[in-house]
Design a protein around this ligand. Sequence first.
Ligand code: HEM
Length: 245
Amino acid sequence: MGLTGLFLCTFLVVHMIGNLQLFKNDQGLAFNLYAVLMTTNPFIKTVSYLLYLSIIGHAVQGIYLVFKNKQSRPVQYAVYDGKASSTWASRNMGLLGTILLVFVAVHLSDFWFEYKFGHVPYATYATNLENGDVKFMPAPPDYKQFNKLEETTMSTPEGQFKITIVKNLYLEVSEGFKSPWLVIFYLLSMCAVSFHLYHGFQSAFKSFGINHPKINGIVNFIGTWIFAIGIPAGFAAMPLYFFFK
Ligand code: HEM
């Protein structure tokens, strides 16, 4: 669980940093190009299969662990004060993980599935090669039959332009987060990510036998500030940005 958990933590760092392209003021060009890279680069594609296996492996092993835990003590303690020696997050990893599994299923069907198998429209961007200005226009619907990305350069009296025709995943994301229900669902899910990683990140190191006062300080620091606060806050900013934009 530690190994797949830390791999998933690494994915979250990359996913969050990549998604920061959403905040660029270029009508989605950088984000749409990033989505093409993520789904066509052979190395990234191979790592994605490892990611899907890790999500399944982590969930299955987690469910098994919760089940085994319950089986080892069928009769509960007469007096039990969990707070005395453990955090709320550590006692509710099964519940938090289940919330995350539901989140990932909804999230993948909204964006990933739509992008790969749905009807994401295309967009055309004309980038002025002299000043970098980007002009946006929707692409004609028949572009569906083309690749995810078409690029050419064009000379006009107004200057040289790079024409990019690309699947407009940015539109799906920005339109999706206009729904208050989806935004609330994402914010609650990011709270679950926060608590899950607050315990999970440092617990993975203990599972590997790395448990020394000298190292625990830095592990707890990274677990708290990067994984329990930075990553969920960065993700939560995305639905909030599009909702209030
Ligand atoms: C609110 C913030 C988020 C946004 C805007 C977002 C957006 C997206 C988009 C657009 C895709 C499909 C295209 C791509 O692969 O890049 C995607 C894929 C994915 N997302 Fe997210 N995501 C967010 C948060 C999360 C979180 C918190 C998790 C996990 C807990 C997650 C897990 C995944 C997974 C597993 C994939 C499939 C990746 C692949 O096929 O390689 N995402 N996300």
